[in-house]
Ligand binder design. Structure first.
Ligand SMILES: [Zn+2]
Length: 279
C-alpha cells in the first residue's frame, strides 16, 4: 500500500522514527514523505536516501509564510516565517528521490494576526506560483494543500496551463469542487477523515465528502494518512502512522463496493502513475 502523504520526519517521531519506518517497511509500503518548509523538506530527502521504500516531496506549506500559532491536536507549534527560496528547493529537487513539489497551496483556516485576508491570499498565491514554476521546470507533480479556500484555489488554478499534474491532498470538500479539480487534471487524495462519523451538530460536510468518494473515478484517487495528524477512526486520538492508511482503503472499498485488494491495486497504480516511484 502507498501512503502518498505523510510527515514521519516531523519532531513528534524524533524518538521512534526508526521503529515506525521499520513497521512500514515490514508492511511492504511505499511512503511519500512531504516537507512543509526548508528543514522538513531537507529531512524528507534524507529519509528518502536512507530508506529505499521512501520518497520525498519538497516545498513550503502556506502556514509557514506568516508567523502563526497552529494549534493542531497534540502538536501546537509556532510556524516559522519563511519565503520560498527557489534556488534552495531547486537544488534539493535534483535528488532522484524527490517525486513532487509541495505541500503548497492556500490556507485560510489558520489566519495570521495583523494581516488582511487579501494580504494573506496575495502572499500565498505568489508562493504557490513559484512552486508551480519549479514543478514545471523539474517536470514534477504538485502536492496541493487547500483549507477553507476551494474557490480561491480553483480561480488560481484556472490561470495556469491545463492539465495540471498533481493531487489535492486530504480532500475534504464537496463534489462540486471535486469535479472542478478533476476537470483541471488533478487527482484527489483521501485521508482518515473519510472514516470519521458525521458530526451530530453538522453532518453535511462529512456526507458531502462521502459522496465525493462514491463519485470519484477509480483512476483519479490516491490514499494518504497526513500523519502525524488525522488518525483514522479505529485509532482516533492516537498519533497517526503511515501503516494506518489501510483504514482509508477499507472505507473506500466499502463505499465503492470493491474488495480491499482492488482498492490497494488501483490506488497504488494511480500513485505510481502520478509520482513515478522508481526514479
Ligand atoms: Zn500534510
Amino acid at each position: 500500500m502507498i501512503d502518498t502523504h505523510c510527515h514521519v520526519q516531523f519532531n513528534t517521531y524524533k524518538d521512534d522514527a526508526e521503529i515506525v519506518m521499520k513497521k512500514c517497511q515490514d508492511a511492504g509500503m511505499i511512503l511519500n514523505i512531504v516537507g512543509s518548509q526548508q528543514t522538513t523538506s531537507a529531512r524528507a530527502v534524507e529519509y528518502a536516501q536512507k530508506y529505499d521504500f521512501a520518497f520525498a516531496t519538497i516545498g513550503i506549506h502556506p502556514v509557514h509564510l506568516f508567523p502563526t500559532f497552529v494549534d493542531e491536536a497534540e502538536s501546537g507549534f509556532q510556524s516559522r516565517q519563511e519565503t520560498f527560496d527557489y534556488e534552495y528547493y531547486k537544488k534539493l529537487a535534483q535528488n532522484k528521490k524527490v517525486v513532487a513539489i509541495g505541500e503548497c497551496g492556500l490556507e485560510f483556516f489558520h489566519l495570521p494576526e495583523g494581516f488582511t485576508k487579501e494580504e494573506v491570499l496575495a502572499k500565498q498565491t505568489e508562493t504557490f506560483l513559484l512552486q508551480h514554476k519549479l514543478a514545471t521546470e523539474m517536470n514534477l507533480p504538485l502536492v496541493i494543500h487547500v483549507r477553507d479556500a476551494h474557490q480561491e484555489m480553483i480561480d488560481l488554478l484556472k490561470t495556469l496551463p491545463a492539465p495540471i499534474k498533481g493531487v489535492i491532498h486530504c480532500y475534504t470538500g464537496d463534489w462540486t469542487y471535486g469535479q472542478q479539480y478533476l476537470a483541471l487534471g488533478l487527482n484527489l487524495g483521501f485521508t482518515g477523515v473519510v472514516t470519521f462519523a458525521p458530526k451530530k451538530t453538522n453532518p453535511q460536510p462529512q456526507l458531502d465528502l462521502l459522496e465525493v468518494v462514491k463519485n470519484v473515478p477509480l483512476d483519479r484517487m490516491v490514499i494518504e494518512t497526513d500523519s502525524p495528524y488525522l488518525a483514522p477512526q479505529a485509532y482516533r486520538g492516537q498519533r497517526c502512522e503511515p501503516w494506518m492508511v489501510v483504514e482509508v482503503a477499507k472505507k473506500i472499498a466499502e463505499i465503492k463496493n470493491l474488495g480491499l485488494e482492488e482498492v490497494d491495486k488501483l490506488t497504488t497504480e494511480n500513485a505510481t502513475r502520478l509520482f513515478g516511484f522508481n526514479r
